[in-house]
Design a protein. Structure first.
Length: 246
């Protein structure tokens, strides 16, 4: 029970990595609020995880909805110790093919949402005397890929923001780290409908010979949220089956 007595918010918690992280946190003794845009999916995810999980419908690209999420979580749990900024979108495209709207949508969700949720959570972590913010970035925070201009730029910003925030809040015992997954079997990846050949090519780029599972990321998130990681801040952890080792 490494997270006993702690309270967390996990964005994008209705499926995939977010749901796996929320479930792992609850198993380790935490109370968790999951948020996302799909109310039906969130309610089902919370029911799957158990009574210590609260579903809160919100779009992290809207600042007023972020305020409501933090307020409701505090009303329910009376504290906030952990924030996982997992919500994100991937809109494929090159610098020429992406529209203004697609670029803005990507950055509003993947970057602005991380900043605003962190800003809303920090005072409450400071009040508690400690805290852990875990940002879900990507291997594309530091590596390139075709047709991923907006996504890679946004995840690079998440990595840079993680490091800068870690320096700002280290003396307050608030730790900020990020996880950089490779390709993980989620609905986001499934939406690209890769044919067998493309799937095998992408899988072969991961030396361990498979895509990740959401649970592969959840275990690392538990560690970073726990007191076992009490001297770790400003770090980026690849969880990519060896992809970034090339």
């Amino acid at each position: 029970m490494r997270l006993a007595g702690k309270a967390a918010i996990v964005t994008g918690g209705g499926s995939g990595i977010g749901k796996a992280i929320a479930a792992a946190f609850v198993r380790e003794g935490a109370k968790v609020a999951i948020c996302g845009r799909n109310a039906r999916r969130l309610v089902q995810a919370a029911a799957d995880i158990g009574p210590q999980c609260l579903a809160l419908t919100a779009d992290v690209s809207h600042s007023d909805e972020i305020t409501c999420v933090v307020k409701q979580a505090l009303e329910k749990f009376e504290r906030l110790d952990i924030l996982v900024n997992n919500a994100g979108i991937l809109l494929a495209g090159t610098a020429e093919s992406l529209t203004d709207e697609q670029w803005e949508q990507t950055f509003n969700t993947n970057v602005r949402g991380v900043w605003q949720l962190s800003r809303a959570a920090l005072p409450h972590m400071r009040k508690a005397g400690s805290g852990s913010i875990i940002n879900i970035a990507s291997v594309l925070s530091s590596l390139g890929a075709r047709n991923r201009v907006a996504y890679a730029a946004s995840k690079g910003a998440v990595l840079a923001m993680t490091r800068a925030m870690a320096l700002d809040h280290a003396e307050e015992n608030i730790r900020i780290n990020c996880i950089c997954p490779g390709i993980v079997e989620t609905e986001m990846v499934a939406a690209f409908n890769l044919d067998d050949n493309a799937r095998q090519q992408r899988m072969a780029a991961h030396p361990m010979g498979r895509f990740g599972q959401p649970e592969d990321i959840a275990g690392l998130a538990v560690f970073l949220a726990s007191d076992e990681a009490r001297w770790i801040t400003g770090a980026a952890f690849p969880a990519d089956g060896g992809y970034s080792a090339h």
